[in-house]
Design a protein around this ligand. Sequence first.
Ligand code: SF4
Ligand code: SF4
Length: 460
Amino acid sequence: MNQPVEPMDGGLYAARQKIYPRDIDGRFQRLRTIAAWVLLGIFYVIPWIPWGQRQAVLFDLPARKFHIFALTLWPQDFYFLTWLLVIAALSLFFFTALAGRVFCGFACPQTVWTETFLWMERLVEGSRSQQMKLAKAPWTASKVLRKGGKQLLWITFALWTGFTFVGYFTPIAELAGKVAGFSTGPWETFWVLFYGGATYVNAGFMREQVCKYMCPYARFQSAMFDSDTLVITYDDRRGEPRGARKKGTDPKTKGLGDCVDCTMCVQVCPTGIDIRKGLQYECIACAACIDACDEVMDKVGYPKGLIRYDTQNGIDGKPKHVLRPRTIVYATLLVGLTIGFVYTLTHRNFVGVDVLRDRNALYRERPDGLIENVYNVKILNKDGDAHEFRVTATGLPGLAIEYAGPTVWVGSGDVQGVPVRIRVPRKELAGGADIEVTIEASDRPDLKASGKARFIAPTD
Ligand code: SF4
Ligand code: SF4
C-alpha cells in the first residue's frame, strides 16, 4: 500500500517514496485509455499529414508563417493566439466549475504521458507487486535486463516525442532524413533532446510530483469549486465505520459501514492518496479509485458508488444545481468569445497597408501650382499567392497620385514599400487635410485595404 512518508529524524522534508499504482480495469479507465489514444494519436500523426506542397500543420519560424491546415497565420495575427489562450483559460474555468479536475484526470499531457510510461513499465517489469519485488531484489542479470529494457523503451519513446515536437516547426519528412543521416542542425538536435529529456524525466520519474508541487492549477482550482461542483468523493456516511468482514455478512449486524477497508482505492491511486480522507489537492480526478471500489463492491455484493462522482450538495442530500451564476457567466463569455474568434478569423483581411509620410520634407510647392507630399506606402500581402496591387488615394478635390505603377507586385508573405507622390491644387486647401490611400489587388478586388495619412500644405 502507498504510505504517507514522514520526514527522517531531524529532517525538514520527507524523501519521496516511489508509487506503484495498481493496474485497474473499469469504465473510467477505459475512457482514459481512449482519451490517451486519441490525444497521443493527434500529437504524433498530425505533423505527417500533407497539405498540398507542405505539411498540414507547420509553424515555420524562419518564414514567419504558421500553417494550420488551410489557414496561414502571420506574426501580425498573433492576437489570435492571445484570444485562443483566453478561450482555453475560460474553458478550463467552466469545466472546472462544472466537473472539477476532469482535464487533469483525462486530458492533461502530464497524465497522458505518465499513463503511457506506466504502461511500458508494466509491460517490462510486470504487475505492481512484481515491480515492488523487483525493486527490492538484488542486482542480477535478469533485473539488469528488465530495468535496462524499460529504460530503452522509455528513452526511445521520449526521443520520438522530442522528434515529433520539432516536426511541428521544421518539415518532419526532411527532419526524419536528417535524423537517419545524423545530420540535424544544432537547434534541431537541442530541441529534440530537450523536449525528449523533459518527457523522459516528467513522465518516467517525476510523475505525480509534477501535479503535487509544480502545477499551479492544483493550487488555485479549489477557488473555482463550490458545493455544486462535481468531484470524486467517498461517501463516508455510507462507508464508515470501515472494517474487514466475512463475505455475505450484513454490515449492520457488525456495526460497520460498506467500506471493507481493502485499500484498493489507495493502491490504484497514481498520486498515492487515500480519497477516504476527503477531497485533497493531490487528487487529479482520474477516477481510478471509483473503478477499484466498484469492483470491490461488486465482489462483496454491495451497491456500486461508495466512491463516485458527486457534488457536496449531493453527498449531503441537498438539491444539486448545474446552472448557477458562475457556470452561466463562464458559458456566456465562452460562447461570445468563441463566436467572435471564429468570425474574426474567417473574415480577417489578408492584405494590409501602412502610409508613412516622408520625413525629409513637409511639402513641396511645384512651379505648376500643385502642392506635393511624398509617402512611403507599405503593402503587406498575407495571402498564400503573390498579387499585383493598384494604389489609389481620395479625400481632396483635384488629387493626383504618382508611383511606379500601374501596379506593384508583392510576393506571398512579403511587405513591399512603394514611394508615392500625391499632388493637390494649391487653391483647394490651406494648412492640410486627411487623405485615404487604398491598395487593391488587380486580380482579386476583395483583397483591399486602406490607410489614412495627413496631407500638409502651406497655411497662407
Ligand atoms: S484519489 Fe482517486 S481520483 Fe484522485 S487521484 Fe487518486 S485515484 Fe485518482
Ligand atoms: S476500495 Fe472501497 S471498500 Fe476498499 S477501502 Fe477503498 S473505499 Fe473501502
